[in-house]
Design a binder for this molecule. Structure first.
Ligand SMILES: C[S@@+](CC[C@H](N)C(=O)[O-])C[C@H]1O[C@@H](n2cnc3c(N)ncnc32)[C@H](O)[C@@H]1O
Length: 222
């Protein structure tokens, strides 16, 4: 899954992002997103953090959810707008040019689900910490956090293999975009520390890609 570093290149050409990421991940990302979206129900209010071109946003809106997608990249958002219009789902989708640092403006306990695909690996440690704290605050009791992202393998041998596989991609990506992604370290632990309860974790064979579902405790148990 180290190919996800290449998504940084595709982000600099948003019109090619969707096709590119599908080819790079051989459809695995689509399957991971479908599994996460199976937790979303009709009528729910959902936030998509780092929505990009709307891969998760549009899936959730298709299930009848009212979705707010936030992203710092205006070109990615333009593509998301286009996709939402084409799918005739624009009335259920609100897209905002907004970074995780602005999550403080969201109302407390207002979302049934907060989701994010391949964005946590682009955040700094401080941003990730803040995002998890804010996700817990804005989720309704028993609301869900749904994450799919690149993570640092726990096993040393897989960590070394993963690091070696990433090196050429990290270098190329940095040379072309001056940015990179980093596999998130100890994501389940960080989520637990934020006060959310882990419901399920699914890792790929290399332990480098996670699908994680966590729940905000019900009222009275926090
Ligand atoms: C790899 S893309 C994934 C997009 C989309 N979630 C998907 O799965 O196709 C990561 C997205 O996170 C956004 N992003 C990065 N840092 C962010 C931040 N601090 N706040 C909000 N979005 C951010 C990027 O602009 C980019 O669109």
């Amino acid at each position: 899954m180290s190919t996800y570093i290449l998504m940084k290149l595709l982000e600099s050409a948003p019109s090619r992002y969707d096709k590119g990421i599908r080819i790079l991940t051989l459809g695995r990302l689509d399957r991971a997103y479908e599994r996460l979206i199976s937790y979303i129900a009709n009528g729910q209010k959902v936030l998509d953090i780092g929505c990009g071109t709307g891969a998760l946003t549009i899936r959730a809106a298709r299930k009848g959810a009212r979705v707010k997608g936030i992203d710092v990249n205006s070109q990615m958002l333009e593509m998301a707008h286009k996709r939402a219009r084409e799918a005739k789902l624009a009335q259920n989708i609100e897209l905002c040019e907004m970074g995780v640092a602005e999550l403080g403006s969201e109302e407390s306990e207002s979302y049934d689900a907060v989701m994010s695909g391949l964005c946590f690996s682009e955040l700094t440690e401080n941003e990730l910490h803040y995002t998890l704290k804010e996700a817990k605050r804005i989720l309704k009791p028993e609301g869900l956090l749904l994450i799919a992202d690149e993570v640092r393998p726990n096993s040393l041998i897989k960590r070394i293999l993963n690091r070696l596989m990433r090196i050429p991609l990290v270098v190329i990506t940095y040379l072309l975009t001056q940015t990179t992604t980093h596999a998130v370290k100890d994501l389940p632990q960080k989520i637990k520390e934020s006060g959310l309860l882990i419901e399920s974790v699914r890792l790929n064979k290399m332990e480098s890609f996670i699908e994680l579902v966590a729940k905000k405790p019900e009222e009275g148990t926090r």
